[in-house]
Design a protein around this ligand. Structure first.
Ligand code: HEM
Length: 159
């Protein structure tokens, strides 16, 4: 019994260590020079135009949280192809973050209206708030999310 508990604790320790290493190697603040040099322009996205910033079709990775679009490229180890949260890349991650779920089924299909999040519980909204703070502290906002068909092409982002 004691051995089992020890094994579990050792596993948890290493999982935590690996994640912390990924997080620090992808910390945009640690890569300050690079971020300062990057030209960040505010842009308007729709679910469909955001989708291409998924780390496969574009080098940059963007995700939307509460209709603000973050450049999470520095967190490619999390959101890039094969990363634990790749489902969020190029997508509105709000509901997934609120529900603490990276199940792709939680994401709104690209051709549907933007999720208004109205049916979230208080606890789910609090979870979303704290994730939003996490993203604000860690990543640059590069634009906002708008309904499909409402953004003129010249307003769209071209990075
Ligand atoms: C097996 C369960 C899970 C473990 C062990 C785990 C572990 C971790 C760890 C250790 C971090 C790094 C925290 C830090 O930077 O200090 C992290 C970040 C994160 N996790 Fe999880 N997590 C789990 C489940 C989830 C789920 C279900 C979600 C779905 C919303 C999620 C979303 C995230 C996000 C969005 C980040 C932030 C990445 C960033 O900073 O860009 N995690 N996770």
């Amino acid at each position: 019994m004691i051995t089992t508990i020890l094994v579990v604790l050792v596993i948890l320790y290493f999982v935590r260590k690996i994640y912390t290493e990924i997080a620090s190697s992808s910390n945009p603040l640690a890569a300050g020079e690079h971020l300062r040099d990057a030209t960040i322009v505010q842009g308007k996205f729709t679910p469909k135009t955001l989708a291409k910033y998924n780390g496969r079709d574009s080098d940059r990775i963007f995700i939307s949280v509460k209709n603000r679009v973050y450049d999470v490229t520095q967190g490619a180890a999390f959101y890039g192809p094969g990363g634990p949260y790749e489902n969020f890349a190029g997508r509105d991650a709000s509901r997934g973050l609120a529900l603490n779920s990276f199940d792709p089924a939680v994401l709104t299909p690209l051709d549907q209206p933007i999720d208004d999040l109205k049916n979230l519980s208080k606890i789910e909204l609090e979870s979303l708030e704290s994730w939003d703070e996490h993203f604000e502290n860690r990543y640059k906002i590069v634009g906002t999310l708008h309904e499909n068909g409402t953004v003129k092409e010249e307003d769209e982002k071209s990075l």
